[in-house]
Design a protein around this ligand. Structure first.
Ligand SMILES: [Zn+2]
Length: 119
């Protein structure tokens, strides 16, 4: 399948606009993969190596996030007075840092819960 240059340019522009909101590792991944091929064999090897390293770093990051979420879910069920909101933690569409947000005290979590989830 061959993409038209107009479609490719449009897709790249929309990806570049989205990059501003991406976490640094995801931005690095997209940036290295979208880099144009090198003009020499050495440049091309360097580009491929950079892409592979970015993919490995991103996969480790995603795996670390999964492990952190699992640990947080376990803590919410084990602790008598958890500091992480179980409703926010369970929302898969929510940003990672918001899902994992740890309140300073159980009282702060109660205030958040009443304000965000009971109103
Ligand atoms: Zn919440």
């Amino acid at each position: 399948m061959q993409l038209s240059s107009h479609k490719f340019t449009k897709d790249v522009k929309s990806i570049l606009q989205m990059m501003e909101d991406m976490p640094p590792l995801q931005r690095r991944l997209v940036k290295t993969i979208l880099t144009l091929p090198g003009t020499t064999l050495e440049e091309e090897f360097s580009r491929c190596n950079a892409s592979i390293n970015a993919i490995v770093a991103y996969c480790k990051f995603k795996e670390a996030k999964k492990e952190a979420l699992k640990a947080a879910i376990l803590l919410v069920f084990i602790e008598k007075r958890p500091l992480i909101c179980f409703v926010c933690l369970g929302r898969q569409g929510l940003e990672f840092t918001k899902r994992m947000y740890k309140f300073a005290s159980p009282g702060d979590l109660t205030k958040h819960f009443k304000r965000k989830h009971l109103s």
